[in-house]
Design a protein around this ligand. Structure first.
Ligand code: ADP
Length: 476
């Protein structure tokens, strides 16, 4: 397969103006897949110029036209799902089933927002004093900078591109350095279906931080939509403050998964496997802290250990594997260090706990006797590691679950009424009850506390890219 590995600015694929490139590495065997163009400051400014020049025209296109372009992109991604998944596997390392799952999830944002483009709401009412008519219009906010991480290189991009384009915003997509090829492929799909020049641009700046800050500084850039770590998100919020840029933030998580005494163990084991092992654990929604009631602890651990032992770790292109590689050896080493520290702090290593010699693989790992508040319980593991904490009391487990700066995702397993009562008490933007996955383009995705600001997907997602304009008309 050949890969697009250039910048896309004003409708043209082009190398960076400095002529430099960086390696894109296959984490399964550490080979270099290709070398991607480095965007210089001049390239980043050219992308802002192109997006700014295209903004007025794109905002003026009929909503139906914007929607139909998104729908056409959905159709292409449906027809090319194997190619799409292969690009994701090569640069990200995830398993084939995870890559196909991501490809299908990613394309759904194009379909969902194709349908939302024609449903942008407005308001019309008489003022209370009866002296004027209040008209509230919703207009595209302007040029949007979209920054995405490597763990879901397709879905995090479409979750931003689709609502931005549906709203009538022009865009600059900045993918993670580890995974630019998926982004380039999707941008090419948007070009192929006829999205006009300048409406979608792709840059991969080096160094990232200073050049992103320079783009945010440009007065034409009116929106930042970021998915990544809380640390980087905080820095970007500072950068946005300087030019009062609207920011939507999907940041880190530390999801608790609570098994109540009343849990159905078949449902719980299946849900836990999905909540933890989907994407090899590299998801901000992944179950990071597993709290199991003492009365069900041994049964849970025994059954989970059997299921985990049956998972096979290996290259994603080998479609029989359930768990792929981590994105890089650096990420693998981070996971290894988290496990080693957990064991040093008193956790019991039931199985796993080793890195592979070749490729960025890490064993499926199960830790028990984990203490609430120990280091494995406070950091985002981002790997195939299950860390089980035992608890005795429901009030206590709610307190422990909320004892974190994060508030993205939580899972509760138990009799439905009881589980929903617990869900209501959890400080999280999303709670899954008796299931392991929540993501759906039609539902609002986002966190509370230091897990983020704003929501993506659902009817709210498009509002992040729209600004209200109030027009006062006389009553008569
Ligand atoms: P992750 O843990 O998912 O790698 P990061 O926050 O490091 O999360 O990266 C998410 C995205 O933010 C990537 O596209 C990355 O290149 C980008 N990024 C990293 N550092 C900065 C920075 N200082 N300013 C802007 N973007 C950054």
């Amino acid at each position: 397969m050949t890969y697009l590995a250039d910048l896309f600015i004003d409708g043209v694929w082009r190398p960076g103006s400095g002529g430099e490139r960086f390696d894109v590495v296959d984490p399964a065997d550490l080979s270099v897949i290709t070398r991607f163009a480095v965007a210089t400051e001049a390239d980043c400014m050219a992308a802002v110029d192109a997006a700014a020049a295209a903004q007025e025209g794109w905002a003026a296109t009929a909503p139906r036209e914007r929607g139909e372009l998104l729908r056409a992109a959905y159709d292409v991604l449906t027809a090319e799902v194997d190619q799409f998944a292969e690009i994701i596997v090569r640069e990200n390392g995830k398993s084939w089933v995870d890559a196909v799952g991501e490809a299908n999830y990613a394309k759904e944002f194009f379909r969902w927002f194709a349908e939302e483009a024609v449903r942008i709401p407005g308001e019309y009412r008489l003022s209370p004093a009866g002296d004027k008519r209040i008209v509230v219009d919703r207009q595209p906010i302007g040029v949007a900078l979209l920054i995405t991480p490597w763990n879901f290189p397709a879905a995090m991009a479409t979750r931003k591109l689709a609502p931005a384009l549906a709203a009538g915003c022009t865009t600059i997509l900045k993918p993670a350095r580890e995974t630019p090829l998926t982004a380039a492929y999707m941008v090419e799909v948007l070009r192929r279906v006829g999205v006009p020049d300048g409406v979608v641009n792709l840059v991969t700046p080096v160094p990232t931080g200073p050049l992103v800050a320079k783009m945010i500084d440009r007065p034409e850039v009116r929106k930042l939509s970021f998915t990544g770590s809380t640390e980087v998100g905080r820095d970007l919020l500072h950068a946005c403050a300087d030019s009062v840029v609207s920011a939507s933030m999907e940041l880190g998580g530390n999801a608790p998964l609570i098994v109540l005494p009343s849990a159905d163990m078949d449902v719980t084991i299946e849900g836990t496997l999905t909540a933890k092992m989907r994407n090899g654990g590299a998801a901000c929604t992944a179950a990071n802290r597993i709290y199991v009631h003492s009365s069900r602890h041994d049964e849970f651990v025994g059954r989970l250990a059997t299921e985990l032992a049956a998972l096979s770790v290996g290259p994603g292109l080998d479609r029989s594997r359930q768990v792929g590689a981590l994105v890089s050896t650096a990420e693998r080493d981070k996971v290894a260090a988290i496990v080693d520290t957990a064991v040093a702090e008193g956790a019991t290593l039931v199985q796993g706990g080793k890195s592979s010699e070749l490729g960025a693989f890490y064993d499926v790992t199960l830790l028990t006797d984990v203490r609430h508040g120990s280091s494995v319980n406070t950091v985002e593991i981002f790997g195939p590691v299950v860390a089980v904490v035992r608890y005795d009391d429901v009030d206590e487990v709610v307190r422990m679950a909320n004892d974190t700066i994060y508030g993205l995702m939580a899972y509760v397993f138990g009799e439905e009424r009881e589980a929903v009562a617990v869900a209501r008490r959890l400080e999280a933007g999303m709670v899954a009850v008796n299931r392991g996955v929540v993501s759906d383009p039609a539902a609002p995705f986002g966190g509370v506390k230091q897990s983020g600001l704003g929501r993506e997907g659902s009817s709210d997602g498009i509002l992040e890219f729209l600004e209200e304009k109030y027009i006062a008309l006389s009553a008569g």
